[in-house]
Design a protein around this ligand. Structure first.
Ligand SMILES: *[C@@H]1O[C@H](CO)[C@@H](O)[C@H](O)[C@H]1NC(C)=O
Ligand SMILES: *[C@@H]1O[C@H](CO)[C@@H](O)[C@H](O)[C@H]1NC(C)=O
Ligand SMILES: *[C@@H]1O[C@H](CO)[C@@H](O)[C@H](O)[C@H]1NC(C)=O
Ligand SMILES: *[C@@H]1O[C@H](CO)[C@@H](O)[C@H](O)[C@H]1NC(C)=O
Length: 338
């Protein structure tokens, strides 16, 4: 989420199982292939690599306080927003955006661009998932924003890079409580552009069950070099390889397994890399499959309407770029025949 931290390329990226070029050739963006190196940084950069947070905290945190709790005082003490009526029975797709609590700008840009689909398609819902900013001023601004848009869901764990797995578990918990009828749940990071109509069309024509859909990563190994920022000790993860997982930047969970995935987080030992944990370890535990789809991408696509016309997602686009892509995509004069 915090783009500023992404300065190193994890070695395990080299092991991505597909010839990316094959896919990229469909677009006119091949010069950006190098950007693949940044794909997984979102999930895997950390300044502090020590013992992951104890899982018990998730279960004891006082989540799901209703937003209409009378006094601000009560809410502030618990630092939580639930927003439990975002979804309804007819919800087809819940878009769950992981965003740092202090990132007001990114939320605003998403609301005004690709997230604005919720205002003309009532089967699509949008929710931003926040942790606790541990800062009174920021929290007060979040209350104001929340009262205005009613699209913020916030839990009490400290919003930090190391707590990303907690955030993903929180998405599963919230979805299986308040969005249980959604046919699909999209988890997306805040620096993504998502072509939502294209995604809806794909999901609606394929009718997928028991699966996580995204860009599959195979033959990826834990990094055992103690000097690496992604160092993962044998006690954190014993095996030589991670199970197949999808890039954490954006993936879709079929609605039938959201609750099962959430329940599996009580059994599967906590692991600090969000994508490996949710789409790899927990998914494997419940025997759900991965649908490998490289229309989801952790690659950077150039900020042009045509880059995204035939794609679902792309990574590392700044707020300005997201706005640019959005304007071009919605320009009737857009011509992508090159
Ligand atoms: C929260 O903020 C306070 C004051 O700035 C600081 O002392 C404390 O370490 C922070 N807690 C966490 C968990 O970041
Ligand atoms: C979240 O991250 C912070 C800082 O990295 C850490 O101090 C804290 O224990 C983590 N867990 C929770 C539940 O806040
Ligand atoms: C899926 O396709 C059907 C048939 O074309 C259509 O009626 C329905 O509205 C579509 N669902 C969504 C969520 O767009
Ligand atoms: C998953 O499959 C394995 C092997 O087929 C089976 O032993 C296990 O019970 C299954 N687990 C679930 C949750 O269905």
């Amino acid at each position: 989420m915090d783009v500023g931290k992404f300065t190193h390329i994890p070695k395990r990226l080299v092991l991505i199982n597909r010839v990316a070029g094959q896919k990229i050739a469909r677009y006119w963006i091949l010069i950006f292939v190098f950007a693949a190196g940044f794909c997984l940084l979102l999930s895997h950069v950390s300044n502090v690599v020590s013992t992951p947070p104890p899982f018990a905290i998730v279960r004891t945190s006082n989540i799901f306080l209703h937003r209409n709790t009378q006094s601000d005082e009560g809410r502030r003490l618990k630092s939580i927003i639930s927003e439990d009526d975002i979804c309804n029975k007819g919800t087809f797709l819940l878009i769950a955006v992981c965003v740092s609590s202090s990132n007001f700008k990114q939320r605003s840009v998403i609301r005004n661009t690709w997230g604005s689909i919720v205002s003309n398609n009532n089967r699509v819902k949008l929710a931003f998932f926040l942790g606790n900013p541990n800062d009174t001023k920021i929290q007060q601004a979040i209350w104001v924003e929340s009262e205005r848009y009613h699209d913020i869901v916030q839990d009490n764990f400290v919003d930090s890079y190391r707590n990303l797995t907690l955030k993903s578990i929180f998405i599963l918990k919230w979805s299986s409580t308040f969005c249980v009828d959604a046919s699909y749940v999209l988890k997306a990071d805040d620096d993504m552009f998502i072509n939502v109509p294209y995604l809806i069309n794909y999901l609606n024509t394929t009718n997928i069950h028991n699966a996580v859909i995204g860009q599959r990563i195979a033959a990826s190994k834990p990094i055992r070099n103690k000097k690496s920022k992604w160092f993962t000790s044998e006690s954190m993860y014993r095996d030589k390889y991670y199970p197949y997982y999808t890039s954490g930047t954006s993936y879709v969970i079929s609605g039938d397994v959201v609750t099962k995935l959430y329940q599996s987080t009580f059994i599967e030992p906590f692991f600090w890399l969000e994508d490996v944990y949710i789409t790899g370890l927990c998914r494997k535990r419940i025997n759900a499959s991965i649908i490998d789809n490289w229309d989801f991408s952790c690659l950077y696509r150039p900020p042009r309407g045509c880059s995204y016309k035939q794609a679902i997602s792309g990574h590392r686009n700044s707020p300005e770029e997201i706005t640019q892509i959005w304007l071009e995509m919605n320009d009737p004069r857009l011509n992508c025949s090159v």
